[in-house]
Design a protein around this ligand. Sequence first.
Ligand code: ADP
Length: 352
Amino acid sequence: MPHHLLTLNAGSSSIKYALFARHDDLSTPVLTGQVEGIGVAGGPATHEDALATVLARIGNAHVAAVGHRIVHGGTGFDRPVLIDDGVLAQIDALAPLAPLHQPHNAAGVRAARAAFAGVPQVACFDTAFHRAQPALNQRFALPRALHEAGVRRYGFHGLSYESIAGQLAATGLPTGARVVVAHLGNGASMCAMRDGASVATTMSFSPLDGLPMGTRCGRLDAAVVLHLLSQGRTADDIARLLYRESGLLGLSGLSSDMRTLLASDSAHAREAVDYFIEHLARELAGMAAALRGIDLLVFTGGIGENSAVVRERLVAATGWMGLGAEGAGAVQVRVLRTNEESVIARHTAALA
Ligand code: ADP
C-alpha cells in the first residue's frame, strides 16, 4: 500500500475527508466522503467517533500525514504550519473570533492526533491568503485600539482562492492582471487579486460579511444588531438569525439552495435570487474598485461553477464595467473548479 495523505474539514456536525496517494500530483483524491450527524441522535457522539468511521472507510491506507482546514488563523498565521501543542493552543485561543467553526476544527485536530499518534499534522488556514492584503484593507474605521485587539478584516475562503490563483498561474496570466474571483457556494465571497495575492475581499471579521449567502445575511447595518439587542434578543439568538435563518433562506422562506429557488415560481424565491444578483453586482464593483479596474472575473463554488443563469445575470448587470457574455466583453469571464482539498494536500506534503 503506497503512503497516503488525509485531509480533514471538521465542522460542527460533520467531518469531510479526502485521501490522496502521496506520490501523484495531489490534484485528485483517491477517495472522498463525509461523516455527518455528529452529536445528533443516531449519529456519532463526538468528532473522535466520526473519525473512527473515517478510519474504517479508508481501510488499510497508510496515512503518512494529515492536513486540516482551520477557519481562523488570526494575525499570526499567514501560511500553513505543522501542528504541535503550541500551535494547537493558538488555534484554541482564536475560538472567540470564530465560535461557530474554530472549536470544531480544533476537535478534528485532537481526534486526528489521537487516532494517528506520531503522524505529522498540518493546519491550513482560511484566513492566511488574505494576510497579503494591503494594511489599509485589513482595517475597519473603528478606534485604532480595536484593530490591535483583533477587530480586523480577516477574510475567508482563502484555500479556495489559493486553488484558483494556482490554476490561473498555470494558464500564464499576464503580470499585473486585475482578477476578481467569485466563490459562490452555500457560503459566498469575492476576492480581488493581483499576481496571485489577495488585495481585498468581501468577508471581513467573520464569514457573515459581504455577499448574501444560503443562510447568512451578508453585509448588514450594524445598527440592526443593536436594535435587536435593545428589543431583548440574546446574542445567541441573533447569531442564529444571521448565520442560519437569513440570506436566500430568509428572503425566500423556502430554501437556502439556489437550484430550488431557480426552479420555484414563488415571488419570494424570485426576490431572493434578484437580491443575490443585485448584491453580487454591487460587491463586484467594490472589488474592481479595490483593483482600480478589472481584467478577469472567475466564477467558482457550487453556484459559480454550475449555474449559467446566475453567471449570465451577473454579467448582464455589470455590462457597464466591460463584462460581456462569456468571451464577448472587454473583461474576460472564466469558470474554474475550486479544489481546496488539493491545496491542503499539497501544503501537507510540503511540510510533513
Ligand atoms: P458549500 O459552500 O457548502 O461547499 P457548494 O459550493 O457545493 O456549497 O454550493 C452549494 C450551492 O450550489 C447550492 O446553493 C446549490 O443549489 C448550488 N448549485 C449546485 N449546482 C447548481 C446548479 N446546477 N444550478 C444552480 N445552483 C447550483
